[in-house]
Design a protein around this ligand. Structure first.
Ligand code: GLN
Length: 534
């Protein structure tokens, strides 16, 4: 058993300052010193998990190996560290309350009044400490902004843990904003002062401040912030804007955060190994050429909806020494437009995952265009489903072919609900979620890419390819290149008479990492690059 130490990351002033990336960067630094870490995200909203929330509301739903539908920050944690996320790494207020209410109904509280303190806070404390002893350090990120009503029980919990454990085993890190006011030509510290005051008001004195700003914060200003927040000057870290998020752990280290962490937690570094990471960042910051990838999707209005996808494309680009320019195309907008014109500057087309009927027609048009014009095409989950439907319709000539998600009445059901016969009404719990194995067929493009016969990828979908149509697509020239053997499910398809055309039922983007870019993205970008030089 390890003696686990705890780091709590809170946020102030406003949301979207990059608390998730800050927590992930702290994890990255500690791993570079040789410590084992994990990161837990606490979200103050009442949904039990983000699985039923629209990506346009909440951003991408990140999926773990064990099938948890989680906040997108868990994607950053996996991309920045070696920690693998699971159900234990994401808690919402809804999930905490759900547990409490179940216990209450069971009579577990033995007639007591069930209250926020201590019952809700106890439950939160248990979630924070659930992995105690398994890691050197557990980092917990508290979602929301200090001052919100709904995050109060979480802040109260972390305050209690500070009392429970020795001082050298708990530290509080607060991420705040130091805005640059153009008209005054100055960085302003007042919002940070107020935010820390708020935090101290609920009994938490931050040990370290991460101050987000457009430009580096001067020593003089750090002194001022230190004075007003009761934080030591060298623990005021300037978290200024950088070219790529992957640079942040390096900047934090340069700013002295690594040393502050070690000192406060009374730890001695076992090594200091950021060389590989540094080399990757240098490469990523110096890409000369560019490829353009058209993303034909339905949530393109919100960049966060496809967070892992865009990161995976970026990783694939760096591996190919090109920067990936994203052309985000709202699929609905393609209807009635001349596609030649729209796709003229595009080197590869990607249709990502999604749910519901809106936008399907536009995706189908884009896929048909990519197929006929030999443009590298990558279909992920919904993208793969629409690609096979397009093929059955336009090549095999079965015009009304569809997925029952979009037309439940069609006699030619290419995709069916996993449990089509079971009448499932609840929105959650009826999907194929998490990691499944896939057997790759030899002598296929998929095999060339993975160079393996058995792969494991993460899933999040309700509909599956109908086995009745396997021979139909294969007879017409589409290869089924990957299958889940346990359940006999189609996982990957490809076309031979095309430079690069792959559809996969899973989400490879969840497994891409700067140190280990996903082969499908690496090869897709490489194909797009070749398409450019032709
Ligand atoms: N809507 C499709 C399904 O449920 C695809 C899901 C996805 O793209 N993640 O199967």
């Amino acid at each position: 058993m390890k003696k686990t130490k705890y780091i709590f990351v809170t946020g102030g002033v406003l949301s979207s300052l990059g608390k998730g990336i800050a927590a992930a960067s702290i994890g990255n630094i500690l791993e570079s010193y040789g410590f084992s870490i994990t990161i837990i995200k606490f979200d103050p909203y009442l949904n039990v998990d983000p699985g039923t929330m629209s990506p346009l509301q909440h951003g991408e739903v990140f999926v773990t190996d064990d099938g948890a539908e989680t906040d997108l920050d868990l994607g950053h944690y996996e991309r920045f560290t070696q920690a693998r996320m699971s159900q234990k790494n994401n808690w919402t207020a809804g999930r905490i309350y759900h547990q409490i209410l179940r216990k209450e109904r069971r009579g577990d509280y033995l007639g007591k009044t069930v209250q926020v303190i201590p019952h809700v806070t106890d439950e939160i404390n248990a979630a924070i400490m659930a992995m105690d002893g398994q890691y050197d350090i557990i980092i917990s990120e508290i979602g929301g902004t200090v001052g919100d009503i709904e995050s109060l029980p979480f802040l109260e919990s972390i305050r209690q843990i500070g009392l429970l454990l020795e001082k050298e085993n708990v530290i509080y890190i607060h991420l705040t904003l130091v805005p640059y006011i153009k008209t005054a030509g100055e960085l302003k510290t007042k919002p940070t002062q107020h935010s820390v005051k708020e935090l101290r008001g609920i009994g938490i004195q931050p040990d370290i401040l991460l101050c987000r700003s457009e430009i580096p914060i001067s020593l003089e200003l750090k002194k001022k912030i230190a004075l007003f927040t009761n934080v030591r000057e060298k623990d005021v870290v300037s978290a200024f804007d950088v070219k790529s998020i992957y640079e942040i752990p390096l900047i934090f280290k340069k700013e002295g955060l690594g040393n502050s962490l070690l000192k406060k937690l009374n730890l001695k570094q076992k090594k200091d190994d950021s060389k590989k990471w540094q080399a990757w960042v240098t490469r990523a910051n110096n890409l000369k050429k560019e490829v353009v990838i058209g993303i034909v999707g339905k949530y393109v209005k919100l960049y966060d909806s496809y967070k892992s996808l865009f990161e995976a494309l970026f990783h694939g680009g760096v591996e190919n020494n090109v920067s990936v320019k994203l052309d985000l195309i709202e699929s609905e907008d393609l209807l009635g437009k001349p596609l030649d014109e729209r796709f003229r500057k595009i080197n590869g087309i990607l249709v990502p995952g999604g749910f519901g009927l809106r936008g399907i027609k536009g995706m189908m048009m884009a896929i048909e265009y990519a197929r006929k014009n030999k443009i590298p095409f990558f279909g992920i989950c919904l993208g793969m489903q629409i690609a096979t439907i397009e093929y059955v319709r336009n090549v095999a000539g079965i015009k009304n072919a569809h997925s029952t998600e979009f037309n439940s009445q069609t006699p030619n059901k290419i995709f069916l609900k996993l449990k089509e016969l079971v009448d499932i009404k609840e929105m959650g719990h009826n999907m194929r979620l998490g990691e499944f194995s896939c057997q790759i067929k030899k002598d296929t493009l998929s095999y060339k890419i993975y160079n393996k016969v058995k792969i494991f990828e993460r899933h999040r979908h309700r509909y599956e390819f109908n086995p009745r149509f396997e021979s139909v697509i294969e007879k017409n020239g589409m290869t089924i290149s990957g299958k889940n053997l346990e359940r006999d499910l189609v996982e990957m398809v490809e076309l031979n008479d095309h430079p690069w055309y792959i559809g996969c039922q899973f989400h490879p983007e969840f497994k891409s990492n700067p140190m280990k870019p996903h082969p499908l993205f690496v090869r897709f970008i490489s194909a797009a690059k070749s398409n450019q030089t032709k």
